[in-house]
Structure formats: structure tokens, C-alpha cells
Design a protein. Structure first.
Length: 150
């Protein structure tokens, strides 16, 4: 099973790449969670937040092609239900379009009937990314603030 999310953000590919890979920026729109890595092919990454009580996810960077494409194998760790789902793949594709970018996020290698906690947060995360890049403001939905300590 796969889930595909496509949106347009008024920004540059470089700024969008930075927002995806910089832990401080990422925490602003990703439920308060930071993603840390050295962002090289084959390297490890970890998603964590101070209020989470442990890692929220981890995996490997399969492809790293800044500022165009990032492919990651990820194991979600935020609940026992998602841990049991095992690894999935997330692909971030950035394409410049005029003064904006088309961002396509594909979350695949999901088993049929996978727990929707694995992919159900993407619309909120990506809306938060778009809001922050275009306005500098944080999206304040309850899910967006889940691990932010606010």
C-alpha cells in the first residue's frame, strides 16, 4: 500500500530541503519532533522529542540528493501498534515550479491494512511545513503541538 501527498509551497528548493533536514526547523512542523542525521546515503536518522520519553522513529537514508530527493527507510516507534508494523519507506521529491516548489511525499512499503497512525499525520505535518515556510508562523493544531512542550 502507498500514500502520496502532493503540495505546492512558495519557497526555493534549497530552503525546502533545509526545512526537511534541519532538526530545529523540522521540530516546528513535525509534532515538535526533531530528525537528526548526517544526511549521507546509508546513514542512520532518528526522530525524537524532549517530551516523548524515547525515540519516535529511526531508520536509514537510502538516497540523499539535495535539494531534490530524499528516500528513507523508517521504523515508527511512537506506539506499540506502529512498532509492530516494521519498516516503511518515505520519499521526498522537490521540483521547482516558477517561484515555488512542488513537494511530493510518498509513504510506501506499507502493508495492506497498516495502522493509520503510520501515515495519518502527513496532511498535518505537510500543512505545517507549508505554513511555516510561507508565513514563518506555526500551525497550532493539537497534533502539531503533540511533542512540542506547549
Amino acid at each position: 500500500m502507498e500514500k502520496v501527498f502532493e503540495l505546492y509551497i512558495r519557497t526555493t528548493p534549497e530552503r525546502l530541503w533545509e526545512a526537511i533536514t534541519d532538526p530545529e526547523i523540522r521540530s516546528k512542523y513535525n509534532f515538535g519532533a526533531r530528525v537528526t542525521s548526517d544526511w549521507t546515503p546509508g546513514s542512520h536518522f532518528e526522530m525524537s522529542a524532549p517530551g516523548a520519553g524515547g525515540p519516535l522513529g529511526e531508520g536509514r537514508n537510502l538516497e540523499v540528493d539535495p535539494p531534490r530527493r530524499l528516500v528513507q527507510s523508517m521504523v515508527a516507534l511512537w506506539s506499540d501498534e506502529v512498532k509492530s508494523e516494521g519498516p516503511t519507506r518515505v520519499t521526498w521529491e522537490i521540483e521547482p515550479v516558477g517561484d515555488s516548489c512542488r513537494l511530493t511525499v510518498t509513504h510506501d512499503e506499507l502493508r495492506e491494512g497498516a495502522d493509520d497512525q503510520l501515515y495519518g499525520g502527513w496532511p498535518m505535518v505537510l500543512s505545517g511545513l507549508k505554513t511555516w515556510l510561507e508565513t514563518g508562523e506555526l500551525l497550532t493544531t493539537p497534533g502539531s503541538l503533540m511533542y512540542s512542550g506547549q
